[in-house]
Structures are given as C-alpha cells and as structure tokens.
Design a protein around this ligand. Structure first.
Ligand code: GUN
Ligand code: ZN
Length: 436
C-alpha cells in the first residue's frame, strides 16, 4: 500500500497550554507535512525535510489549511440524531416527550443500522474522529453502532444504556438482562478493530439500586471498559434522584457506593455539585464532561470548569447530541466560550483546540494513540479551513496570529470549516466542490 504525504500547516499540542503566551505547549509548522503509512502517522516535519523520505508516497496538498488531530467527542447519544432541536422542554420533559419515544425505534436492527451510517457520516463531516456514545437500551443499537465504526475503522467508545425503570414500555431492561446483554456486547466488541466498550447506566433515575449494583459488578469484572453516565444536570432531576435514593449523601454518592467511579468514568454535565462531590471526583479520577450546547439548550446550568480543575479534575468537553444542538466540536467550543464567560471564566483558543484533541484523548486515557500528530500515533486527522465562509474570509483579512485564526474557527467554524477528515490515514469526508 502506498504511503501518503499530507502537506499543510500542522498544529499539534503536547500538553495543556498554561495561558495565551504558552506557545511551548504545541508545535506549529508553517510548511508542514505528515507522512502516513498503514493508518499511522509515520513522521511529522517540514515538507522539505519529509519529501526526501517520502518515497513514492501520494502527495496531497492541503495548503493553506491547518492539519490537526481529529476531534474527540466525549459524550454523545447515537439514537438522538432525530431529536436535536426539539422544542420547549427542560431535561425530564424533554426525555419523556421526545427522547424516550425516539429511542424505542432502535429495537429494530435494520433501522438502527441505517441510522448508524448517518450518525457516523455526521461525525466525520464535522471533523470528529472518535466519539464516546450512548446507544439505546437495545443490544441491536450497540451492534449497529460498533459494526458501522468497524467498517469505517474508527476508534470509538460506546455502550447500550442500562435502564430498568422510569421509562416507557419497549425501553426498559432488567438488572439481569442488562447485565447479560452488556456482558455479551463486551465479549463481542471490546478491543475489536478500534472499539472500546463503556458500561452505561443511563442515570440514577432510570436504574434501580439492583441495576446499579450489577453495573458496578460489570465495572469490576471489566476494568478495561469505560463507565459513562449522567450526573447533576438539572434541578428537578436532582430532586427526583434524592427521592429515589433517600440514603445517598448526594447524587455522586450513588455512583460512588456502586463502584462506578474511577479514571475511566465519564460523568456527563456535572453542573450542580457540592464540595464533597467535586473532591470525590478529583480523588477517584472520574471525569466531568462539559456539554455546553446542551446545557444552554435545555436550560440546565453553567459548568464550573475552573472550580472543578482547581480541585484536581481533568474535564472533558462534548456535544451531547441530541440535548446538544451541533455535532461540531467547533460550535461546542463557541458555546463553551460563552457559557464559561457567564461564570467569569475564559476559554482561550489554545486551550480550546488542545481540549478537543489531546485533552479529550487524555480524559479517555488514549494519548499516544489519538489526539496529537505525534509519530507513531493513529492517523486520525482534520483539515481546517478558516476561510470556509464569506464572513470568515472577511474576518481573516485582518488576522495576524495563529491564536486569532484559531479563535475565528472556534467562534465561527462548523462543518463547512472541515475541508477533510482522515480516519486511519484515509480521507473519509465526502467533499463537494473542488477544494480538498
Ligand atoms: N440524562 C439522562 N439521559 C439523558 C440524555 O439522553 N440526555 C441528556 N442531556 N441528559 C440525560
Ligand atoms: Zn447525555
């Protein structure tokens, strides 16, 4: 198989930037190149340095675009592609009115398979190369999700949700069936291709204490798997949770006492927390995941990124489609910037672009595999065009620095700014028009 040489401006972060002047946190090469071989990045360097070692590699010239590691979405719902933009409700009504009825459709294997194709098309169109996804309660939906990812050779995380109460007919399992189905799915998918399984109790409201106990047992039996769930997103949700678990000290305590917290745990939202919960999250290494478009759309609240980090957590950032309103991690950064502003916090573009690449890879324990353009890592790459629209082109006329360009992408960018997405070294986005 011939190698590929991508030419363009390369940008890759080695660590989190400490501030707007911290240019040591990344490497930027103006006339850069990436030599791709067998789905991996073989080398990164300047184009003149790499051309002599590129042999008969196919050269793809992406100038003047920016080459970065593919984006990583650490919380997204596969069966909610047709729930986005459902009007007028906060979390519990939104779940009962729109989301649960929609998810019942994923019992049908043919429908789930069709939607998996469309879901991954959207991720790729928006520059996302790795996602941690919730499937529906049905085993069929997880099979559809993982099969599609395998056929596209994508590094993904996913799991069927466990939910045995407070949900309509056709959308509940039992502690035993949820355990058995999860076990079978782990056997089938964990480590197959580039897949990882996430044990996925949806949230405390839709699981009985017996089911959360089985989820904890699964986590103990499968330390190689992730755990993903929701935490403290909305005040009504928190009140109902307290009623259902009267002995719990707080929301997090429910997951804590069921062996569900550790460095491979992803806790979606984590908005309304007490001091104890923040401390326990930091102590256990569990990761709060910021979902700004969802938090604003559902009117859930404002994430305390700086407060959590000060206590020692490593936070993820994610779309939360379909409570979230865009597949784009750029739009996620845009609304993240605004949501953090409302708390008096700031999101500089260096940190923002580190976050959706290396930072989210770190949250997933996958640095060294994805999230950077380092030699020996997997060739999941995004090609960014900061002049994707007329308005962006106009704004770019005044830009003098990389940080300014990145901030335009952060605020104005969406799928139109994704000129190409490479999955394991192969172009995967259907690009219309002439420009690659
Ligand atoms: N909490 C439990 N399930 C969900 C979901 O599907 N979306 C969001 N945003 N929150 C949840
Ligand atoms: Zn969610």
């Amino acid at each position: 198989m011939t190698d590929t040489l991508l030419r363009g401006r390369t940008l890759s972060f080695h660590r989190e930037p400490l501030g707007p002047d911290d240019t040591d946190a990344f490497t930027y090469i103006g006339d850069g190149a990436l030599l791709l071989s067998g789905g991996m990045i073989k080398s990164i360097g300047t184009y003149p340095d790499l051309i002599p070692v590129a042999g008969d590699a196919q050269i793809i010239d992406h100038r003047p675009h920016l080459l970065m590691a593919g984006f990583i979405d650490t919380h997204v719902h596969f069966p909610q592609t047709q729930v986005i933009a459902s009007w007028g409700a906060q979390l519990m009504d939104w779940l009962n009115t729109y989301t649960f009825p929609e998810e019942t459709r994923y019992a049908d294997a043919a429908f789930a398979a069709k939607m998996a194709g469309r879901f991954f098309d959207q991720l790729i169109a928006h520059g996302t190369t790795t996602a941690a996804a919730y499937c529906s309660v049905h085993k069929t939906s997880a099979d559809a999700y993982f099969s599609e990812a395998l056929s596209r050779n994508m590094r993904v995380i996913g799991g069927k949700v466990l939910m045995d109460r407070n949900a309509p007919d056709g959308l509940r399992d039992t502690p035993q069936s949820g355990y058995d189905d999860t076990k079978a799915l782990i056997e089938k998918w964990q480590g197959r291709g580039r897949a990882h399984y996430a044990i996925t109790p949806r949230f405390a409201i839709t699981s009985t204490p017996e089911q959360l106990e089985t989820a904890g047992a699964l986590a103990a039996e499968h330390p190689e798997c992730y755990v993903q769930t929701h935490l403290s997103e909305n005040h009504d949700e928190i009140a109902l949770t307290a009623q259902l678990y009267p002995d719990a000290k707080d929301y997090l305590h429910i997951y804590e006492t069921n062996n569900l917290l550790g460095p491979r745990t992803l806790l979606g939202h984590a908005l309304h927390l007490n001091e104890r919960e923040m401390t326990v999250m930091a102590e256990t290494g569990a990761h709060p995941v910021f979902c700004p478009t969802s938090n604003l759309f559902l009117g859930s609240g404002l994430f305390d990124d700086a407060g959590l980090r000060a206590r020692g957590t490593v936070n993820g950032i994610a779309t939360d489609i379909g409570g979230g309103t865009s597949y784009s991690m750029l739009q996620t950064l845009n609304e993240g910037y605004k949501a953090l502003h409302l708390r008096g916090q700031n999101l500089h573009p260096y940190r923002a672009f580190d976050w959706i690449t290396r930072g989210n890879a770190d949250v997933l324990g996958l640095t060294g595999k994805i999230g950077t353009l380092g030699a020996g890592t997997e060739a999941d790459i995004v090609v960014l065009d900061a002049r994707a629209t007329d308005a962006m082109t106009l704004r770019m006329e005044r830009v003098q620095t990389l940080a300014e360009e990145l901030f335009i992408l952060q605020i104005m960018g969406d799928d139109r700014a994704i000129a190409q997405t490479y999955i394991a070294g192969k172009p995967a986005k259907t690009v219309t028009g002439a420009a690659l």
